[in-house]
Design a protein around this ligand. Structure first.
Ligand code: DGP
Length: 113
């Protein structure tokens, strides 16, 4: 999508710090990190959120989840990590391109919401 921020990052039109990339997935450091490691894993194909998961093929969705684990391993998150995907306004999603936050490098709070 031409007016999508993360599509522009994937295309290299907006700079980012790339952490991982394969045929289907792009991962880069969050501009506003909430943990020592905070990486965004996004499908290269556009879908607004998990609410539109049917817009993506299963290979792409699986590649996103696999990439989360690969990023965590690459970042040395041996103590564990958290994956979050905000979906819609109640979840405070601010960028309408599906993304998975990979957070780690510290002890997380037990609260999820
Ligand atoms: P969410 O609130 O779940 O939609 O998360 C969107 C995240 O995207 C938020 O943590 C900040 C990050 N973000 C927004 N704009 C940019 C940007 O231009 N570059 C990078 N690297 N991250 C961005």
């Amino acid at each position: 999508m031409s007016d999508c921020l993360f599509c522009k990052i994937i295309a290299g039109e907006i700079p980012s710090t790339r952490v991982y990339e394969d045929e289907l997935v792009f991962a880069f450091r969050d501009i506003n990190p909430m943990a020592p490691t905070h990486v965004l894993v996004v499908p290269k194909a556009h879908a607004a959120s998990l609410a539109e998961a049917d817009a993506l093929d299963d290979r792409t969705l699986a590649a996103c989840l696999r990439a989360c684990g690969k990023v965590a391993a690459q970042e040395g998150l041996t103590g564990g990590f958290r994956v979050v995907s905000n979906c819609g306004s109640d979840a405070c999603q601010s960028v309408p391109h599906l993304h998975f936050h990979v957070l780690g490098g510290k002890k997380m709070s037990e609260g999820m919401a």
